[in-house]
Design a protein around this ligand. Structure first.
Ligand SMILES: Nc1ncnc2c1ncn2[C@@H]1O[C@H](COP(=O)(O)OP(=O)(O)OP(=O)(O)O)[C@@H](O)[C@H]1O
Ligand SMILES: O=C(O)c1ccc[n+]([C@@H]2O[C@H](COP(=O)([O-])O)[C@@H](O)[C@H]2O)c1
Length: 205
């Protein structure tokens, strides 16, 4: 089965999973920061069918979240650098570990890096197969307001302390063997989808 992802062997590719409900400039900030600091060729925005740890009732349809991600990605870069993908829906994978295993198998020679905000590092040890994710591909964590301290003391950070790469060596990350991860303290962006949904509800009330 083709997955619709146009990736060539040798490319350094960030995988950026999210609900994008809706997408916003904080997501653009993560994608742009990762691309620049890790020297990535592409960032694939994996628009998730449904975050396994979130409430389904609040989730907008996939097509709306894809459109929203397309719009936000244009804030991050023009040209082919940003790829908005429904590959998790196509492959029928819900858990990140399954998605990443499948993508690694389908794209030999691509140098993948998993990207996420620091709020997710704080809770990463609750994800299914999280130690397997750490061993599948390098990971870059982008600082997010409200989770800076939590994420630095996170169980996942402690467990893989020996695999941490200094931020000023982040460009090496796509070439390193997993486990390897870095924490990027870029200028912070305060946007969140929750706040946007709340504002929309107030506006519509
Ligand atoms: N402002 C931000 N700074 C850094 N990372 C962010 C920011 N906003 C979102 N992210 C990261 O982007 C990824 C996808 O996030 P998601 O789509 O859940 O957006 P969200 O704003 O966190 O949504 P919600 O408020 O509904 O939880 C996650 O890894 C999250 O940590
Ligand atoms: O696989 C898991 O256990 C898991 C638990 C929570 C979140 N995730 C993934 O993390 C990414 C960010 O999720 P979210 O909802 O914070 O946007 C998205 O790709 C989710 O599928 C994955």
């Amino acid at each position: 089965m083709r997955d619709g992802l146009d990736l060539a062997p040798g490319m350094a590719v960030g995988l950026f999973g999210g609900s994008f409900n809706p997408a916003h400039d904080g997501h653009a900030h993560v994608a742009e920061t990762a691309m620049r600091r890790l020297g990535l060729d592409r960032v694939v925005w994996l628009v998730s069918p449904q975050n396994p740890l979130k409430d389904t009732r609040e989730s907008a349809p996939l097509a709306d979240r894809m459109a929203s991600a397309e719009h936000a990605a244009r804030l991050a870069a023009s040209g082919p650098a940003m790829i908005i993908s429904d590959v998790e829906t196509r492959m029928g994978t819900q858990w990140t570990v399954d998605t990443l295993r499948a993508l690694v198998a389908r794209h030999p020679g691509v140098r993948f890096v998993w990207l996420m905000g620091s709020d997710n590092l704080a809770s990463f040890h609750r994800w299914r197969g999280w130690t397997d994710i750490m061993r599948l591909m390098p990971m870059a964590v982008i600082a997010r307001p409200g989770s800076l301290l939590d994420s630095r003391t996170a169980p996942a950070a402690a467990r893989f302390a020996g695999a941490r790469v200094a931020a000023d060596k982040a460009k090496l990350l796509p070439d390193l063997e997993a486990p390897a991860w870095t924490y990027l303290t870029a200028p912070l962006n305060h946007r969140s989808s929750t706040a946007l949904r709340q504002a929309a509800r107030k506006g519509g009330a």
